[in-house]
Design a protein around this ligand. Structure first.
Ligand SMILES: Nc1ncnc2c1ncn2[C@@H]1O[C@H](COP(=O)(O)OP(=O)(O)OP(=O)(O)O)[C@@H](O)[C@H]1O
Length: 576
């Protein structure tokens, strides 16, 4: 009921549309109830009396009613679907907005394909329910009650005999309902599995081909595909049992009308008109029952989807603003990490024993405008530091401050506005070069793009392209080289112009010329900014103001390149 109530809330914004479609539905149901009654009057009264004038009038009236029914049915179907799609679009917008707010840790633990499935498939089924749910229910109730009343006025005995079948039908429907519910839940999980498998396989197509593992991927996909098929088969089986069972009950009712109705006619208790009218009502009466059964099906599918939608909407973003957060305006760029403890997996048991800590009482102070490089063996937590300063993850204890202000108290957007990150692997969106650079400052002018790309040493390359800034980069920038992508991501930061810069150095080797171009661009970029370089190779950091060497216990050495070499400690060893 709680779920249903929260679902119904979505109708609030479209109440006029809902009322209109419901009115159409009422009219439709009334028209459908009137037809058999009119036909009964024609057969029993007008035709035997050979009243040609009334016969023509009523026939004309029937044609008008059919046309009216056509128009009403059109509006009900069209606007009913519009209602459904509006609710679907609204929910999709809310879900996408919510996904944008979720923290890194959510994406670390959830597959993209599964999230996509929720965003696309589940909501489609909710739309079906939103559209058909209340309207079909309304039509069904009016038709059922109306048919019952009209049938009673025609013949009580026959009506009661027909209605005696109903409890058995309901029992059958309810017992099947649960089986269908389980089956639909399972297909949803399986389709998400297909999505996620395809997404990974297509996203990693280069690695797949490099390792000649196409067949392995096909097998993996086929397994998921087969699992989906099996789950789908189960839904078809339960659905088939359900609907064919319902048909048996319908046929039974028709049989009762013909058999018992015929018997009553032979005993002079029923007219032919009433028998035909009963047969027509039976259809009118069974139709809503069938519709209600379909409704049960779409209700289960839609609600299963809605439950998953709700489940996702209820995930609270781990990283969010406090009430009345601080806004950073002009900052100097002093950074301090003090006694920072951090772990990615925050299971309390492990935390107690400090087992999963990546940083344990880590301390580091960086002055405004200083350029430091962090070095250390692989996996020691260098990139982790670059994730903590912009608050992609929250620390477990200790503090991180910018100009003395605790970052957890600063408005997230204002914090991130002041930080630029050049990541290890440049990520480009599937648009043009201009759009990708402009991502650093939405609405940037062409002149600003040119200036930024000049500073990033990529302008010459861009102007050599026939379409220049309008050149499409392909999905994730596949049409560009690693070095070109890097420089585009540097140009983005020039446009953003943040005070704090984090350079997570590319681990991939670049040729000497490209590396020189990138290094030059980075030198220009780091001027007058606090710069933290996460160094995966040592060749590029010799000129840093300060080099910080870290191991699993924290900072072990700090100084300039020369000072550290003289120390003959960890850095000297690493460097050698
Ligand atoms: N998102 C994550 N979830 C869980 N654990 C993670 C995550 N990212 C990194 N780790 C773990 O944290 C540790 C530190 O990783 P980090 O990427 O900071 O190392 P690094 O010093 O930058 O290494 P490298 O020089 O190889 O890039 C590693 O043991 C890694 O397995």
């Amino acid at each position: 009921m709680k779920e249903l109530r929260s679902f119904i809330k979505y109708y609030k914004c479209y109440i006029k549309l809902l009322i209109f479609t419901l009115m159409c539905a009422v009219l439709l149901a009334l028209l459908d109830l009137a037809f058999p009654k009119i036909i009964q009057i024609m057969i029993d009264k007008i035709i035997p009396a050979k009243d040609l004038k009334t016969f023509y009038y009523i026939s004309g009236g029937l044609i008008v009613m059919y046309l009216l029914r056509y128009a009403v049915s059109y509006y009900q179907l069209y606007y009913g679907n519009i209602l459904g799609i509006k609710i679907e679009t609204q929910m999709r917008k809310e879900l996408f907005t919510h996904i944008q707010k979720l923290s890194f840790s959510y994406f670390d633990n959830n597959k993209t394909g599964v999230i996509m499935s929720k965003l696309v498939n589940d909501l489609g089924e909710i739309s079906q329910l939103a559209n058909h749910g209340p309207i079909d229910l309304f039509i069904a109730v009016i038709r059922l009650v109306g048919a019952f009343i009209l049938m009673v006025t025609l013949n009580v005995k026959l009506t009661l005999v027909i209605f005696s079948v109903l409890p058995f039908m309901i029992y059958f429907a309810v017992t099947q309902k649960w089986k269908m519910k389980l089956a639909f839940g399972k297909t949803r999980i399986k389709i998400a599995g297909i999505n996620s498998c395809a997404e990974e396989s297509i996203g990693g197509v280069r690695i797949v081909k490099l390792f000649n593992n196409e067949n392995h991927e096909i097998d993996k996909f086929e397994k998921k595909n087969q699992e989906f098929q099996e789950a789908k088969k189960e839904t078809y089986r339960t659905t088939a049992v359900f609907f064919s069972g319902i048909h048996i009950f319908m046929n039974l009712m028709q049989f009762i009308v013909v058999f018992y109705g015929g018997y009553l006619i032979m005993h002079g208790e029923l007219t032919y008109g009433i028998l035909i009218s009963f047969l027509l009502y039976c259809y009118r009466f069974m139709e809503p029952i069938r519709k209600m059964m379909i409704l049960v099906q779409s209700y289960q599918k839609g609600m299963a989807g809605y439950r998953r939608f709700q489940g996702m909407m209820e995930i609270i973003p781990q990283i969010k603003d406090i009430e009345n957060p601080l806004i950073l305006k002009e900052i100097n760029g002093n950074i301090e990490l003090k006694d920072v403890k951090f772990s990615y997996n925050k299971s309390s048991e492990e935390l107690d024993k400090d087992q999963s800590l990546i940083l344990n009482k880590f301390n580091l102070k960086i002055k405004s405008g200083e350029s430091i490089a962090i070095v250390g063996s692989s996996g020691v937590g260098k990139s982790t530091i670059s994730n903590l300063i912009p608050r992609f993850y929250d620390i477990d204890s200790g503090s991180i401050t910018i100009d003395g202000k605790e970052i957890s108290k600063i408005k997230l957007s204002s914090l991130r506005e002041n930080i630029g990150i050049v990541p290890q692997e440049a990520f480009l969106f599937g648009g043009t070069i201009g759009e990708n650079i402009g991502y650093g400052k939405l609405g940037a002018t062409r002149d600003e793009l040119i200036e930024a790309s000049k500073k990033a040493n990529i302008y010459e390359f861009i102007s050599s392209l026939p379409k220049g800034f309008d050149t499409l980069v392909g999905e994730r920038g596949v049409k560009l080289s690693g070095g070109q992508k890097q420089r585009i991501s540097i140009a983005r930061i020039f446009l953003k112009n943040p005070k704090i810069l984090i350079l997570d150095e590319a681990t991939a080797s670049l040729d000497n010329i490209t590396e020189k171009l990138i290094q030059e661009a980075l030198m220009t970029l780091s001027k007058d900014r606090t710069t933290i370089t996460i160094a995966h190779r040592l060749s590029t950091i010799i000129n840093s103001d300060r080099i910080v060497v870290m191991d699993k216990d924290g900072v072990v050495e700090t100084g300039t390149h020369e000072e550290l070499l003289k120390l003959k400690g960890s850095y000297a060893k690493l460097y050698r």
